[in-house]
Ligand binder design. Structure first.
Ligand code: DOR
Ligand code: ZN
Length: 350
């Protein structure tokens, strides 16, 4: 039977394995959009200043928990921002104590608030070796930052120049290539059978670079890594809907105010938290693979992170096009919600 005839789908409650919650008023405004449907999220540490130490993570987690909407059952899984000064023993202790689930590698200058990231991979080798010993995952922003590398090639070059050598030197390190955007990354992950997985965002399953640049520039579709040509988007969809346990959802929902995005040097980031599940159901439905949605959103991630999947379920139902806000209001100004460019027929019940 084709999955196309399905109009109602119960799946284990999803998790978001890559999320930007920000802080303060922005966090309070965006947090309910995630806690409405998701049970857990890997929370990115690129605050200003970044979440570097165990104490930073404990304090940030407390601020998130204090901002939870009434009745929300949500577990933030914290990450530490890797710097060239990060101390291996401190990372191991934070992992042991359940304070930090993973460490995040930003190549310095790769994206929003990445200035304190890593320039020389050799400097962080002792931390990575410790993480390999204790089985703590490294989340990787996989782009080189050299100005002489074309922005559309930065992920592929990162795989060759940084990831492959790193995996040779520290083969037991468990790595999540975050927000993959290319066929190269999909192939690399598929060809690797140990200690490597990848997250895929909602928006990279839906937009290609034409959406950003053809017929006028669309800052709300600008994110990093930047969306690539259509063939790459198709490869990402195939990976996501395949059920392959090495691929799972990390929305990279990254709110910025419209004022921050709509300017001569606008911020990178797409805010997908409010309509992510509807968008994903639409993508899986179009691919006739609705039955694989649960693996992508709710099973493969926990398996890689060695956590149990959520016990409770959500139900998605297909019907008339759903309405969702075009933006949410924050004390800092409006934040535009991702517009997939087509009607969404799936909504999460309740
Ligand atoms: O588009 C992005 N936005 N990519 C990132 O890597 C960071 C994120 C943000 O923090 O806004
Ligand atoms: Zn991100």
């Amino acid at each position: 039977m084709s999955d196309k005839s399905i109009t109602s789908l119960a799946i284990r409650r999803p998790d978001d394995w890559h999320l930007h919650l920000r802080d303060g008023a922005m966090m309070r405004a965006v947090l309910p959009e995630t806690t409405r449907h998701f049970a857990r999220a890997i929370v990115m540490p690129n605050l200003v200043p970044p979440v570097v130490t165990a104490t930073d993570a404990v304090e940030y987690r407390a601020r998130i928990l204090a901002a939870l909407p009434a009745g929300a059952d949500f577990t933030p899984l914290m990450t530490l921002y890797l710097t060239e000064d990060t101390n291996p023993e401190e990372v191991a202790a934070a992992h042991d104590a359940g304070i930090a689930t993973a460490v995040k590698l930003y190549p310095a200058g790769a994206t929003t608030n990445s200035a304190s990231g890593v320039r020389d991979m050799e400097k962080v080798r002792p931390v990575l070796e410790t993480m390999a010993e204790i089985g703590m995952p490294l989340c990787v922003h996989g782009e080189v930052t050299d100005n002489d590398v074309d922005i559309f090639d930065r992920e592929a070059v990162f795989i060759d120049k940084v990831l492959k050598p790193l995996r040779k030197k520290v083969p037991d390190l468990r790595i999540v290539m975050e927000h993959v955007t290319t066929q190269h990354a999909v192939d690399y992950v598929r060809d690797t059978h140990k200690n490597l997985a990848a997250t895929i965002t909602t928006h990279h399953l839906i937009i290609n670079r034409n959406n950003i640049l053809a017929g006028g520039i669309k800052p709300h579709f600008y994110c990093l890594p930047v969306a690539k040509r259509e063939a790459h988007r198709v490869a990402l969809v195939q990976a996501a809907v395949s059920g392959d346990k090495r691929f799972f959802l990390g929305t990279d929902s990254a709110p910025h105010t419209d004022a921050a995005k709509l300017q001569p040097c606008g911020c990178a980031g797409i805010f997908t938290a409010p309509n992510t599940m509807s968008c994903l159901a639409e993508v899986f439905d179009a691919a006739d693979r609705l039955k694989k949605l649960e693996a992508f959103t709710s099973l493969n991630g926990p398996q890689f992170y060695r956590l149990p999947p959520n016990e409770d379920r959500i139900t998605l139902r297909k019907g008339d096009p759903v309405t969702y806000p075009t933006h949410i209001d924050t004390a800092d100004g409006p934040v535009t919600v991702f517009d997939p460019g087509f009607d969404l027929h799936w909504h999460v019940e309740g």
